[in-house]
Design a protein around this ligand. Structure first.
Ligand code: FPP
Length: 289
């Protein structure tokens, strides 16, 4: 028997208890505790280089080796979706020489690796603004996407020139255009429609976000898609991150209990103290003043 409290609620309060349309939590991770979608914030390249008295750029180069290692491991583990935060809209604030170097590395990585990823049946996508990128980079992105469009193994997404708030704003603009054109009733806009109008539509919500490099924040990465994600932070700097660290994060994920705002079955049983105890606490909290 659950505790059935008959507390007075105002009209406003009771409306808050109504289920919201499309508020269903994301589809649970794959069976066996394996996340369907892992997203990675690859941080720590600069510090890795500094620790070795090398220029920051050396850390980014070594970071590519870590990308390769992790993508290979993800494929071998049978992960369905992997998203890598490769260049944020805020990264343009870095010194011009570092930005130039990162763009050059991205070109080299695409030219060297996309064909190989294609041979391994990996589908490659890019999320982030295309406007503002050099034309040859935009072409590399488009040709990688069309080359690998029908692949069915790992779905690998690079968040490149990406900012989550901008992605959400773009979705809002698209829906607003539909409203302005009379195609959409604003009252009918649901969270699902906002997600579907985003560039990342088709990529499921992130189940697990891993951040290397010791910081504990999301830095404008997948803010919408990570609503229910488990977060794993590691102090390891990105160039030192590898397959074993990915596996450790997956193990950590498997140990977590995901409740999506609900209550675990084990906590729903009879409470030995019962309704009287809850009433006493309600009186203490609401009637004491
Ligand atoms: C942050 O390290 C890392 C990035 C700017 C993005 C990650 C880039 C790579 C792994 C290399 C490029 C990858 C591809 C696939 C082309 P940081 O410089 O902020 O490190 P810090 O916090 O130690 O300064």
């Amino acid at each position: 028997m659950g505790v059935a409290l008959r507390l007075e609620t105002t009209k406003k309060e009771s409306s808050l208890t109504k289920p919201m349309l499309e508020s269903t939590p994301p589809e649970a991770a794959s069976p066996g505790g394996m996340p369907k979608h892992v997203a990675l914030i690859m941080d720590g390249n600069g510090r890795w280089a500094k620790n070795r008295l090398l220029p920051r750029e050396a850390g980014h180069v070594k970071g590519i080796a870590a990308v390769r290692d992790v993508v290979r491991a993800a494929r071998e583990l049978g992960l369905q979706y992997l998203t890598l935060y490769t260049f944020s809209t805020e990264n343009w604030r870095r010194p011009a020489s570092e930005v130039r170097h990162l763009m050059g590395l991205f070109r080299r990585y695409c030219r060297a690796d996309i064909e190989k990823l294609h041979r391994h049946n990996v589908r490659v996508r890019f999320i982030g603004a295309r406007a503002g990128l050099d034309a040859d980079i935009a072409e590399l992105i488009e040709s990688a996407e069309s080359l690998t469009a029908n692949n069915t193994a790992l779905n690998l997404a690079f968040a490149f020139n990406y900012g989550s708030r901008e992605e959400i704003a773009e979705s809002a603009r698209a829906l607003a255009r539909d409203v302005a054109a009379g195609r959409l009733d604003p009252e009918k806009i649901t969270p699902g429609m906002i997600g579907s109008a985003m560039q990342s539509a088709g990529i499921p919500d992130a189940d697990l976000v891993i951040r290397s490099g010791g910081e504990r924040r999301l830095s404008n990465f997948l803010l919408w898609q990570a609503a229910y994600a488990e977060l794993v932070f590691t102090d390891k700097l990105w160039p030192d991150f590898g397959a074993a660290d990915l596996k450790a994060a997956l193990d950590e994920f498997a140990r977590r209990e995901r409740r999506f705002g609900g209550v675990p079955a084990a906590s729903r049983g009879e409470c030995s103290l019962g309704e009287a105890a809850v009433r006493a606490l309600v009186a203490e909290v609401f009637e004491a003043d």
